[in-house]
Design a protein around this ligand. Structure first.
Ligand code: HPA
Ligand code: MG
Length: 222
């Protein structure tokens, strides 16, 4: 089970010194011109990493039914791509796993700041998780506070097993050391957007994971 303090695979580690690729080397929606500092993780690399995480998940959970719990909104793209790859692996082996996908919504960010009140929506009655293997799919883990709250919430419904897949883990100073069981990338403490990650609901329509510019923050500030 994902736990605070456990020392799991950190995924692909992106160092603080790495300032990313110039956005001009890629294509991206022109309405975001000037709003991005750099491309931190190109879309293709995200998909390649998702494929490997799918294999790791299959190796661990491939003998049991899985209930996937997708954490909205930021997790929708990662969840869709991860589930696709689990299905493909499952098709190409003799181990087909029955999978159910359920969605819950968390909200805690305004502009680029985490707010104190974490709201869990759509997760009021998760009693169907009782006795099941649950895979929580999150786009990003920062301090780990959100993940800790969510794990406590899910644990109360007595699943057989809980695993967490996190696409990104941010190296933040005040980390609770809550790390996912499956991590895509460990990234510097910068505000990132794209691949369904937003800044006030913008940038979800960007494929690459990018660092937002100061101009972009001002443009879409509430
Ligand atoms: N980007 C978007 N959403 C987030 C981030 C981020 O860097 N950190 C926590 N939620
Ligand atoms: Mg958000």
């Amino acid at each position: 089970m994902a736990a605070c303090g456990s020392n799991m695979d950190r995924g692909i580690v992106i160092s603080d010194e790495w300032c990313g690729y110039s956005v001009d080397l890629f294509t991206f929606p022109s309405h975001y011109s000037g709003d991005l500092d750099c491309v931190l993780i190109p879309h293709g690399l995200i998909l390649d990493r998702a494929e490997r995480l799918a294999r790791n998940i299959m190796d661990d959970l491939g003998d049991h039914d899985i209930v996937v719990l997708c954490v909205l909104k930021g997790g929708y793209q990662f969840c869709a791509d991860l589930v696709d790859r689990i299905k493909a692996l499952s098709r190409n082996s003799n181990r087909t796993i029955p999978m159910r996908v359920h969605f819950i919504r968390l909200r805690s960010y305004l502009n680029d700041q985490s707010t104190e009140d974490l709201q869990i929506v759509g997760a009021e009655d998760l009693s169907f998780l009782s006795g099941k293997n649950v895979l929580i799919v999150e786009a990003i883990v920062g301090t780990g506070k959100t993940m800790k709250t969510l794990l406590q919430h899910v644990e109360a419904f007595r699943p057989k097993l809980i695993k967490v897949a996190g696409l990104l883990v941010k190296r933040v100073a005040s980390s609770l050391a809550c790390v996912p069981d499956y991590t895509g990338f460990e990234i510097p403490d910068r505000f990132v957007v794209g691949y369904a990650l937003d800044y006030n609901e913008f940038f979800r329509d960007l494929d690459h994971i990018c660092v937002i510019s100061e101009k972009g923050k001002l443009k879409y500030k509430i």
